[in-house]
Design a protein around this ligand. Structure first.
Ligand code: ATP
Length: 551
């Protein structure tokens, strides 16, 4: 519950709209109760009229029409206002989550898998949509309608008021609380199982080609089936709990109805209440229980909503990898980059770097080689200040990285990695990510430097050609050169390259290095690579082993 309360400020922002939706749902409910009550009274009175009693038909018949009209309009308004507010709340929620998450990307926590993150950003947010509207509204309505009805019965049929009040209390409060309690762990497990299911789908889709080649599609399918079977059985269990609770609520409504009928007949017999009034009260009691059905339906989802809220809070509470400086300094354009006695370990793991020192002069080009897992990519992460060393210092021009804004560091150093994506968008927009205010001339210049201009110019739509998912309308080498052009557009004086030629065949790799050497003439280059570099691409090649450079 605490996890859900964390979202209260967001809910409050839409408080007015939710308040109006609540008011309209109350009007709907009251109109429904009044409609049933008046109809019961009207029908009974009409029947009695045929037995010779005088009765004015016009007032009750216009009341019936009036109440049904009010009910229709209020229900329509409540749906309109309520759903509009809910959709806005969902968009606020996503905005809040993205704003919290973006400064923390890339997430250092490797336990949070891609599919799980997607699941949290989509399904978990959706699971919260009904939490407030459906849970808060009907409860307040039950309180008001149930209280009002008890008072009304207390006036006409005091004997029935107590039974009704207790039945309403049980249906609106005790049964839903029991349902929340019962469905808590199944709700949590259900959210986790559905996340597992999504991860299995994503893994299967992303790795489809490899799974097919390895003949492992069956294993992937079985993993998905197992995850779905667990999710389905949890859903069934939650459904059974909700159905059981709904049945109990119906029984309580029946008890309230029977006791009202019993007391009503006695009162009519004793001449304390007229028959039509008793019939009206009976139907009003029936109508007032409508709200408890809504409570049970929403509360059935409460377990999942609470689990979703916990997962979202956990995501929001992830600590930012580094703190921004209170008084940021400007990065010296021509400053040398220096690692001094840097030691770094990922939490709970053995050190990746220990006492690592290196100075890179402005305009110098170096390559860092070393065995897989020796910490080459980690070096670049530290330089981009995506993580901070436990010991030692990293600086530019003699100023520690911690004194620069992260945004300035990322503008100073452009990263081209083996995972640099080509987005499903136009070539222009792919390049503008490097520098949003770049002119077409800048884009063409960068494409020329990356030796991609002739190819793009030959496309019918030129810069406005769409490149497909993972740059599929480009060859692997062209996609890599497009990413290089993006890095060049950025005008960053330092280029960080992490296995830039990975997955390219040797001929394409050599061509890429040739392009790189020519294009990045004025820039500092720090390249991490396993590839054998042709002459002239870098000034020196260093090897990282056991956390230090070896000579
Ligand atoms: N986010 C992380 N959380 C925990 N451990 C990590 C993380 N990133 C890297 N590591 C671990 O740190 C070590 C160094 O990884 P790193 O990616 O820097 O090596 P690398 O030299 O670039 O390897 P490769 O050449 O295979 O890309 C490895 O043992 C790796 O498993």
């Amino acid at each position: 519950m605490k996890a859900l309360l964390a979202f209260l400020p967001l809910f409050r922002q839409r408080g007015r709209a939710f308040g109006l939706a609540l008011l309209l749902s109350l009007v709907t409910l009251l109109a429904g109760v009044a409609l049933l009550g008046t109809s019961g009274w009207f029908i009974t009175a009409t029947a009695l009229t045929t037995l010779g009693l005088g009765f004015n038909l016009f007032v009750p018949s216009s009341l019936v029409r009036g109440f049904s009209f009010i009910r229709i309009l209020a229900r329509y308004g409540e749906r309109l206002v309520g759903h509009n507010a809910t959709l806005k709340l969902l968009s606020d929620l996503r905005g809040w989550l993205f704003a919290l998450l973006f400064p923390k990307l890339p997430l250092p926590d490797r336990s949070l898998r891609h599919g799980d993150l997607v699941s949290r950003l989509t399904a978990d947010v959706d699971a919260l949509d009904t939490a407030f509207l459906v849970a808060v509204g009907p409860w307040m309505a039950a309180l008001l309608v149930g209280g009002g009805m008890t008072a009304l019965l207390g006036f006409f049929l005091p004997g029935a008021a107590l039974a009704y009040g207790l039945a309403m209390l049980g249906a609106a409060l005790l049964v839903p609380i029991g349902l929340v309690w019962l469905s808590r762990s199944a709700g949590r497990a259900s959210v986790a199982a559905q996340a597992d299911m999504r991860m299995a789908v994503l893994d299967g889709a992303i790795g489809h080609a490899d799974l097919t080649a390895l003949g492992a599609l069956g294993t992937a399918a079985r993993r998905f089936e197992a995850a779905s079977a667990i999710a389905a059985s949890l859903r069934r269990r939650l459904g059974a709990y909700t159905a059981g609770a709904a049945a109990m609520v119906q029984m309580l409504a029946a008890l309230a109805l029977i006791s009202t009928l019993w007391m009503g007949l006695l009162a009519v017999d004793a001449g304390h209440v007229e028959g039509p009034v008793m019939a009206g009260l009976l139907l009003a009691v029936l109508g007032s229980f409508e709200v408890t059905g809504m409570i049970v339906r929403s509360v059935g989802k409460a377990g999942a909503a609470m689990a979703a809220a916990e997962r979202l809070n956990a995501l929001a509470a992830l600590a930012p990898p580094v703190a921004e400086p209170a008084k940021p300094r400007d990065i010296p354009e021509d400053g040398a980059i220096a690692f001094e006695e840097v030691s770094f370990a990922y939490p709970g793991l053995p050190p990746v770097l220990s006492g690592f020192s290196l100075t890179i002069a402005p305009g110098e080009r170096i390559a860092i080689a070393g065995p897989s897992g020796s910490g080459k990519s980690t070096l670049l992460r530290l330089l981009l200040r995506l993580a901070e060393p436990q010991d030692g210092a990293i600086g530019i021009g003699g100023i520690g990285l911690e004194q620069f804004r992260s945004a300035d560091i990322h503008a100073h150093m452009a990263l081209l990695s083996q995972d640099s994506p080509v987005f499903i968008d136009t070539i222009r927009n792919n390049l503008l990510i490097g520098r949003p205010d770049a002119s077409d001339a800048d884009l063409w210049a960068a494409l020329a430097e990356a030796q991609l201009d002739a190819h793009i110019a030959a496309l019918p739509k030129g810069l406005d050609s769409i490149v497909g998912e993972a740059g599929r309308t480009l060859s692997a080498g062209q996609a890599r050169r497009l990413c290089l052009a993006r890095a060049l557009v950025s005008r960053a004086p330092v280029l960080l390259l992490d296995e830039p030629s990975d997955a390219l065949d040797r001929a394409t790799e050599l061509a890429f290095f040739g392009v790189l050497a020519a294009a990045a003439a004025e820039r500092t280059i720090i390249m991490v690579t396993h590839a054998a570099l042709p002459e002239g691409v870098v000034d020196r090649v260093l090897t990282l082993r056991n956390g230090r450079l070896c000579t």
